[in-house]
Design a protein around this ligand. Structure first.
Ligand code: ARG
Length: 269
């Protein structure tokens, strides 16, 4: 009987082939069931923020609320995702992204070339202005008037960077950098600081609840706020599309109007 050599080899290969086939089938089925599971359960993204920055993010009735949180909610809803918000110190936000402990950060985060080396930024969703918050009895209305003053700025922020630059150019500036902005505002109120550098909408929010404080907006162009992601995050293009849609539908503007006009309730607990 003539046995085809090829046939023999294929019989010998059979056990291995069936194992491979079975393995393929199992992984295919597992893949399918995983897909089914994914389809019924939306992906949850973790947003890290620093809830000390009204009206962008702050605590109200033990909840993190604000413009950034509403924008994040609108974007994730648009993309069919669930959102988990986690609070931390501002200086910990970028490390949380680079170590993969969060999917994105929103915290009135200014795009800077230094940060862009470590994280991926979305398109800009808000254009801020820089302001000086001071006591009503000792207002500071321009950059030159910062000479000889005790200035406060948030640790790791672009305001701190700006204050450091001023300190190299002007006489007698002392800089205090703290983790939380409400603590800086408190230092200002009790007279241990003369000025706190903040974003204008935020300075206005603080001044609104503390009539003993006044603010001046500086005529200095500053970079916009964007969402930060770990490098090579697959979410960046999707978020950019969602930002563009929300802007076109007027939803971004509606969120801004809601948070940037009247702050009727207390800024934090
Ligand atoms: N825009 C400034 C920066 O990016 C300050 C942001 C502070 N944000 C906050 N949630 N505390 O450095």
């Amino acid at each position: 009987m003539h046995i085809n050599q090829n046939y023999l080899t294929s019989i010998k290969r059979l056990p291995l082939m069936s194992v491979l086939f079975a393995w393929g089938l199992i992984s295919l089925l597992m893949g399918c069931s995983k897909d089914k599971e994914d389809a019924s359960k939306p992906t949850t993204l973790t947003l890290v923020t620093s809830a000390d920055y009204p009206p962008f993010e702050f605590m109200r009735s033990s909840q993190i609320v604000g413009l950034d949180i509403d924008v994040a909610t609108a974007i994730t809803q648009e993309l069919g995702l669930l959102l988990h918000v986690q609070d931390m110190n501002f200086s910990g936000l970028i490390p949380a992204l680079t170590t993969g402990r969060a999917d994105f950060a929103m915290a009135g985060l200014t795009v800077t070339p230094e940060r862009a080396q470590n994280v991926e930024f979305s398109d800009v969703y808000f254009q801020p202005a820089l302001a000086i918050l001071a006591r009503e009895d000792a207002p500071i209305t321009n950059i030159a008037a910062l000479a000889g003053k005790r200035i406060g700025a948030q640790l790791g922020s672009t305001m701190e960077q700006f204050a450091k630059e001023q300190a190299t150019q002007m006489q007698g500036i002392t800089l205090t950098s703290l983790n939380r902005n409400p603590d800086l505002v408190q230092e200002l109120k009790v007279g241990r600081l003369d000025a706190v550098l903040l974003e204008a909408a935020q300075a206005s929010a603080f001044a609104q609840v503390s009539p003993d404080l006044v603010f001046s907006i500086l005529p200095k162009a500053i970079a916009g706020y964007a969402i930060a992601f770990p490098k090579d995050s697959p979410w960046v293009p999707k978020f950019n599309e969602a930002i563009a849609r929300l802007r076109a539908e007027g939803k971004l503007q509606a969120i801004e109007t809601e948070w940037l006009t009247v702050e009727k309730e207390p800024l934090h607990d």
